[in-house]
Write a protein that binds this ligand. Sequence first.
Ligand code: ATP
Length: 592
Amino acid sequence: MLFSELVEFYERIEATTKRLEMTDILVELFKKTSPEIIDKVVYMTLGELYPPFVGIELGVAEKLALRALKAVTGASEKKIQELYGKLGDVGLVAEKLLTSKAQITLFIEPLTVERVYSSLEKIARTMGEGAIETKLQILVGILGSAQSKEAKYIMRMVTGTMRLGIADMTILDALAVAYGGSKEVRDVFERAYNISSDIGLVAKVAAEGGVKAIKEFKIRVGNPIRPMLAERLPTAEEILEKLDGKGLAEFKYDGERMQIHKRGEEIIIFSRRQENITAQYPDVVNYARNCIKAKEAIVECEVVAIDPETGEMLPFQELMHRRRKYDIEEAIENYPVNMFFFDVLYADGEDLTSKPLLERREVLERIIDVNESVMLTESKLVKDPKELEVFFLKAVENGCEGVIVKSTSSESVYKAGARGWLWIKYKRSYVSKMVDTVDLVVVGAFYGRGKRRGKFGALLMAAYNPEEDVFESVCKVGSGFTDEDLAKLPEMLSPYISKDKPPRVDSNMQPDVWLKPAIVLEIIGDEITLSPIHTCYWGLVKEGAGLAIRFPRFTGRFRLDKSPEDATTSSEIKSMYERQLKKVAEKPMEGV
Ligand code: ATP
């Protein structure tokens, strides 16, 4: 396939903001693409080379990309910098410079998708001494053969700024139509994606074997399975009512979720957001190798930091000290961990995700050798709210956040990639008058005044709307930050600064600095109210109003384990708002 053909599609996608239109264009693109390269086309469209869990990223610095452009066009550095300052996009700079040079490139052999992909791959894989010069040469090589529009997308791809506004979910829609005939078969495509986290692989399997192959799509050790997530309710009564009177209550440990893949001696650890974090946890690798008896398995556990002196569980923040690339051995000693297993998704050839919870738990008990550092989650079958309340208090007393009550019905399968009512969390914070914490995405920042002059003083926070794939503003938060937190913010946020409002952000409030959605913070507030400014759940509860969090405070937790798409959703905020209204309505009026 010629790269120019792919670029034509990108131009059409860029020209629209309507998701349905984007889907139609993608369907056309996929139908035109041969099965051999469909995975590559899908990755490139998302601005990637591989599924994110592989961990190989392009991300060439803009400065280097502009140097390549200088070498290819002969334009002066001053001119390039001027243009870049004006356009703010390396892609547009390349397009502009190459347009004025078009006649020279006319007789050059046209670029193919394969050539561009393999060049980009070489750039991403080149490391070590002299890497920068080698990357530069390769980039100069393809830019030298590129037409102006092609150069625009090559520059955006290498610098990790593709931004076509397409998310995995839109690709899934398009794959279902292109290879399954209609969106009706989207569910099976979504399942394949949820159990592989690899949209390119799903595309390839569909292109080669149609819907039949997608229906037969199997779990693969080494491909992370997207996690099943819990809904929340504020009382033991409501939880048991929702679960038809009974459930398996488990301690909700305050640590990091890990999905562990075992293949013989090989152990891979994936985080909640499917990053490969194996290298950070050699101690967990060792524990897993010794305690998982199955030859091949995919199991899930919560890993908790413990006090090396007392053996007591420590809060989540302590574990974040383990998120580092260097001095790992020292960190293991200072922040040792325990593992609490709660699920098994695959064991020795058998996909267990469609089995009910108690059957999975039996397998888990069979394949895990427990010891003082490796355990199964503390659990209890409960039928009565009082019993659940007692178990909950025990969990809190033991340093847990609360409990998760899980359905034990015959339908209690493992629903990969879904938040649902089969698991219901019941947390400490629901008991107090305060609203539960939420995880929100930073989308903007305001400069501070007084003591905070010259620093960021407040942040614009947003909830995620997965249907529209946008981040909707819900509050501006300035309290709860320690001086240390404030000092950290510029470095943490600067890679995401955007000149204009990022395309996936929906906000009427104008911060001093826009930020691309990347960083997730845990926020707590006093209540949720209707707001004429914030865009969360806009117009759906009341015309001309969205939802906002009043008196928001940062809890001190940077949720580095969450991607922006894992943030609290706008509809969850709406449910919290409705529950809060219900509570107020139920409260007897004072003095009556
Ligand atoms: P939160 O923000 O409340 O920590 P989350 O958004 O990360 O939750 P949820 O689905 O809301 O994810 O809560 C489930 C999380 O609780 C899991 O992702 C896991 O990390 C953790 N957890 C702790 N103990 C258990 C358990 N026994 N079973 C399942 N998950 C558990």
